[in-house]
Design a protein around this ligand. Structure first.
Ligand SMILES: [Zn+2]
Length: 348
């Protein structure tokens, strides 16, 4: 199934409609890897497991699929060619590791489909694999993805150059879409939008920003301006917020709606705060799964249609979100989708 001349955002709306009015995203990926014993204290963070424990990456994808995720996000958040090269990998090996992140997610999806067997017919929609692209700040691994402060030396061209090859490789990887996650500022959103257009990227993308005050994105740039950049880019199929405390989500959904009619995605963290110095989450401020899930129908009613969790959320959170939305949603799938996952193809 190809997009033809149809806009990605309307294709996503169709996907959501077929899913019964919403789709469930997965939850914290690195969090789960750590729960399985992975040590992520490394500049590559979760991407380190692509090198030393791919079996855990597959396991975590499967856990989220079993918990009810309709869209799974690859372990490439902090996987960059520059980061792998710094570890001594060649450019070719680094690109192969990026591809591997998508291969593992696709394998997990195949295993899941096989495991549910005939019950696949009961699925409301195909499962999508979203190739994660974390921000430049995530590569720096100094916490600047949470303040968006890259200094004056980093200009639009720097960010485009930094991300270009990685985006090209992931676009040809067999993923269904690219998930630009935890975008901390306007400049990086602009860089992604220009790359998507100039490099004739053949798969669509979502733009997901991060906020720490519920008003602006973490750099202080206006969420309205950020969402407008996403709105203007035809290859962007959904716009939203991730890795942001649950208490800010409702207001941010209302703000994003002022800038775009594209589907809105939200996958908040647990509400705990990340300490970039100690590289630890401060536990005391978080909300429990029960509290988290109590917001979910409110977010859906406010207009979010793609809902999941980010750091410190778990398969239990996703299971609870899936259950809550299925109870709260009056809409039923309008038609069963029995085919294997669609591969989005943009034809210019
Ligand atoms: Zn996160």
């Amino acid at each position: 199934m190809g997009f033809g001349s149809v806009k990605p955002s309307s294709e996503m709306l169709d996907f959501i409609r077929k899913s019964g009015g919403y789709a469930v995203l997965d939850g914290g990926f690195a969090t789960e890897l750590e729960r399985y014993g992975a040590n992520l204290n490394d500049p590559l963070w979760s991407a380190k497991c692509l090198i030393d424990s791919p079996h855990l990456v597959k396991r975590v994808h499967l856990d989220y699929l079993e918990a009810g995720a309709d869209i799974i996000i690859t372990a490439s958040y902090q996987a960059t060619i520059q980061g792998f090269e710094a570890k001594g990998f060649t450019t070719e090996e680094s690109e192969a590791l990026l591809l591997k992140s998508v291969e593992i997610a696709r394998e997990a999806r195949d295993i899941y489909y096989e495991s549910v067997g005939n019950r696949t017919n009961l699925r409301k929609c195909p499962i999508l694999v979203a190739a994660s692209v974390g921000s430049y700040g995530a590569y720096l691994a100094d916490g600047s993805e949470y303040n968006g402060d890259y200094g004056e030396a980093v200009i639009l061209a720097t960010l485009k150059e930094f991300h270009r090859r990685r985006v090209q490789v992931l676009a040809e990887s067999g993923a269904d879409l690219i998930a630009f996650e935890t975008i901390p500022n306007k400049l990086e959103a602009q860089a992604y939008a220009e790359l998507l257009e100039e490099d004739d990227i053949k798969i669509p993308a979502w733009f997901s920003f991060t906020s720490k005050d519920g008003v602006n994105v973490v750099s202080g740039d206006s969420i309205l301006e950020c969402a407008s950049i996403a709105d203007s880019c035809e290859k962007v199929l959904a716009v939203g917020i991730n890795c942001t405390p649950p208490r800010f989500i409702h207001g941010l959904i209302l703000s994003i709606q002022k800038a775009t009619t594209k589907p809105i995605l939200i996958y908040p963290n647990s509400g705990e705060t990340y300490d970039a110095q100690t590289k630890e989450w401060i536990q005391s401020t978080g909300v429990s799964d029960v509290d988290f899930v109590s917001y979910v129908n409110k977010w859906h009613d406010a207009g979010a249609s793609l809902i999941g969790g980010c750091c410190r959320t778990t398969p239990n959170t996703i299971r609870a979100i899936s259950k809550t939305l299925s109870k709260g949603s009056a809409a039923q799938p309008s038609e069963p989708v029995t085919s294997l996952p669609i591969r989005y193809q943009l034809v210019k």
